[in-house]
Design a protein around this ligand. Structure first.
Ligand code: ATP
Ligand code: MG
Length: 166
């Protein structure tokens, strides 16, 4: 597996997130920048906060919840409650390779949904040339609640992302 950041990154920024609640708030803020067709690839260890971030994004997009950590379900579609895009939430942890990811038929909804792939590094890049890559790591002590989210935009779509995020 690679470190979660692709070649060709056009812009990157790091955000310190002290608590789970603030991770959800960050997700809500991030959702304000998202539109149908966007792909987000989330990388981070078990329990890093990928699903917690996705919950915030789901709240910000105003989609039907709950966004959960799927044990057996690999992909879940959260329909919009308003007139925004749906959220497609994929957990690629158990997927064997790109063929299996492609077989989920995500292409059908990629254009009209926001798609988030947990554990997608090394797999999901093949779904779209332009994407937002988010790498969540624990803070310097490694034990507390603090997380650092590195956000890297790939492609012209995300060229101004760091400014928009602040
Ligand atoms: N700053 C923080 N950001 C996010 N989650 C935090 C933070 N501090 C504590 N937590 C807790 O860490 C856990 C993160 O779990 P979560 O399911 O979001 O991780 P994950 O990366 O999706 O794990 P998995 O690899 O199992 O899917 C939650 O219990 C959450 O409450
Ligand atoms: Mg998860």
């Amino acid at each position: 597996m690679n470190d979660g950041v692709s070649d060709g990154v056009s812009a990157a920024v790091a955000v310190v997130v002290p608590t789970a609640e603030e991770m959800r708030a960050f997700g809500e803020r991030l959702a304000g920048l998202l539109r149908a067709g966007d792909l987000l690839v989330l990388t981070g260890d078990l329990g890093a906060g990928k699903t917690t971030l996705t919950q915030g994004i789901g709240a910000g997009l105003n989609v039907r919840g709950p966004v959960t950590s799927p044990t057996f379900v690999i992909a879940r579609v959260h329909p919009p409650l308003g007139d925004g895009p749906a959220l497609v939430h994929v957990d690629a942890y158990r997927l064997g390779g790109f063929a299996e990811l492609d077989d989920l038929d995500l292409d059908a909804s990629l254009d009209d949904a926001v798609t988030i792939v947990e554990w997608g590094a090394g797999l999901a890049e093949g779904l779209a040339d332009e994407r937002l890559e988010l790498i969540i790591s624990r803070g310097p002590e490694g034990t507390g609640e603090e997380r650092v989210v590195r956000v890297a935009g790939v492609g012209a779509r995300w060229a101004h992302m760091p400014d928009d995020l602040h």
